[in-house]
Design a protein around this ligand. Structure first.
Ligand code: ZN
Ligand code: ZN
Length: 127
């Protein structure tokens, strides 16, 4: 029996996790402050305005969804209120039950009329 590695290992794991979490929090505070200095305190979706009292409801969204991509010019940031930020991330998820790469029959049904409408418009232009 080579002893019980659980105790010390778990403690070390806890420390590593805590360190990683602290580092991430510091990094997030860093880009959040920079974004708030760079941009007016307004939600990019619903145009709600913020002030110091409710600034915690204004969040920094990463346009490419990569939280490690923080260019100094702020081109990857967008200030969004909590609600719009939630929506933004839900919108980018595939609808539940739709396997990736499979055509969604509902989407096809909504796309077809527009496609034929576009074809009709093109024909009208040509006439
Ligand atoms: Zn909003
Ligand atoms: Zn986001």
């Amino acid at each position: 029996m080579p002893g019980k590695p659980d105790g010390p290992d778990l403690q070390r794991l806890d420390r590593v996790v805590a360190q990683a979490r602290r580092a991430r929090e510091e990094r997030e505070r860093g880009y959040r402050e920079r974004a708030l200095k760079l941009y007016p305190w307004i939600c990019g979706r619903c145009a709600r305005e913020f002030e110091r009292a409710n600034l915690h409801e204004l969040t920094v969204h990463h346009k490419d969804h990569d939280h490690d991509h923080n260019p100094a010019d702020g081109s990857n940031w967008e200030l969004l209120c909590l609600y719009c930020h939630d929506n933004e991330h839900q919108r980018s998820l595939a609808p539940a039950g739709t396997p990736l790469g499979e055509p969604d029959p509902a989407a096809g049904a909504t796309q077809t009329p527009f496609a034929s409408l576009a074809a009709l418009l093109k024909r009208d232009d040509a006439l």
